[in-house]
Design a protein. Structure first.
Length: 389
């Protein structure tokens, strides 16, 4: 067969994250492209994982996830957001937040349905909606002054819309949902059947004293929505691929129908380790210090770049920083991000992967050891001086 036989996603290639990581590895470049920490996970967590493996936890975990880990997730939501989900029928553990976001989209989006997404968006949502036969309606995340654009979102949310997908703190822009935004959306959606998926994988990582915003805390959206979290982001274990979804029982039941035939059950010894470590003092301390740790890393990066031609608005949450290179290059950041990986030994994500037409901006992951950040600063300063000269 020629071409792309029977492809349901004929226009898709490999993700920009995979591409840039491969390029970084090929050229021995610092990889600030794909979003993963080079920081070790808490030692107590690793010890617990070894104990689980040595202790014989090798067989399937329950389909919805280990009950003790689900209990922790539900307590975590109650403590942070004041709402207690039932660990029995309102919480599901999957292979990263990705698998559950994907399952939720397959579970609820019917052929021909409209799904509203703020753009630029994490790259999973679009193909998942396409596979379900839905139509993606992209609205700009930010307005001209760089604020979250409520009007654009509300205008797109007509009663015919099946689903809205939100993400805060936001990947790739590093912005965070402003207070009151979810409540305004809730008021707008009243009387409709529109569902809301809230991708909160960077949830607690908010900077400069901002509040952590969650669908779980918004009474007007909670009944029509699922919120998604990821242990990978909270504990520097992205490779473990364990995440969760919480939401009302009726939505959770539908989500689990897909999850049980897709992932079914994931990482039993890793779930055991998480369930052991998270309730300990070390676990609580780790989570309590997470936002401050990442804010300090953001500041280290930005302090290092002060006075150069790289422009930026400091990230409000998460561990990505966008740098504007418009004083260095015109247009095609995709070409330059690849070029800088080869010539200056630093890999970034060109924001053009998310925008058409391309814009001269790159995304950096600052979830890195201070030494990595310092080396990155040096290379970025070289880029700036080479382009000025
Ligand atoms: N959503 C967003 C916005 C992300 O950045 C990521 C990170 N890869 C995910 C979902 C997926 O999380 P996980 O690794 O737990 O599948
Ligand atoms: N979430 C990660 C990022 O934004 C990428 C995960 C992946 O490679 N699919 O960099």
């Amino acid at each position: 067969m020629e071409g792309k036989p029977h492809s349901k996603l004929p226009d898709l290639g490999t993700t920009i994250f995979t591409e840039m990581t491969a390029l970084a590895n090929r050229h021995g470049a610092l990889n600030l492209a794909q979003g993963f920490p080079d920081l070790p996970p808490p030692e107590g967590l690793v010890d617990a994982a070894v104990r689980a493996l040595r202790g014989g936890v090798h067989q399937y975990a329950p389909m919805a996830g280990r009950p003790d880990l689900r209990d922790w997730i539900c307590d975590h939501h109650q403590n942070r957001h004041g709402h207690l989900y039932s660990s029995e029928n309102e919480c599901t553990i999957g292979a990263g937040a990705s698998s559950l976001l994907f399952a939720a989209i397959q579970a609820f989006v019917h052929s021909g349905d409209q799904v509203v997404v703020q753009s630029p968006a994490y790259d999973l949502y679009g193909p998942a909606v396409q596979l379900a036969g839905g139509h993606l309606r992209e609205v700009p995340l930010l307005d001209a002054s760089g604020e979250w654009n409520l009007d654009a979102l509300l205008e797109a949310c007509t009663p015919a819309v099946r689903m809205v997908i939100l993400n805060t703190p936001h990947n790739p822009t590093g912005t965070a949902c402003p207070a009151g935004f979810l409540e305004a959306l809730a008021a707008h959606l009243e009387g409709t059947d529109t569902l809301v998926l809230s991708d909160e994988v960077y949830g607690p990582i908010v900077h400069d004293g901002r509040p952590e915003i969650s669908l779980a805390a918004c009474a007007g959206l909670r009944d029509r929505g699922l919120a998604f979290g990821s242990f990978g982001k909270l504990l520097q274990v992205t490779g473990w691929k364990i995440g969760w979804a919480v939401g009302p029982a009726a939505l959770t039941a539908e989500l689990r129908k897909v999850h049980q035939y897709d992932v079914f059950s994931t990482g039993a010894p890793l779930q055991a380790a998480l369930a052991e470590f998270l309730p300990t003092d070390d676990g609580a301390q780790h989570l309590a210090g997470l936002a401050a740790m990442y804010q300090a890393k953001r500041d280290r990066l930005l302090d290092g770049l002060r006075g150069t031609a790289w422009q930026c608005t400091p990230a409000e949450g998460g561990f990505f920083q966008v740098l504007d290179a418009s004083q260095l290059i015109d247009g095609d950041d995709g070409r330059w991000a690849r070029e800088w990986t080869r010539t200056h030994g630093i890999a970034t994500i060109p924001l053009s992967a998310f925008y058409a037409p391309p814009i001269p901006q790159v995304r950096l992951c600052f979830a890195k050891e201070d030494a990595t950040l310092d080396a990155a600063v040096e290379r970025l300063r070289h880029i700036a001086s080479d382009h000025a000269g």
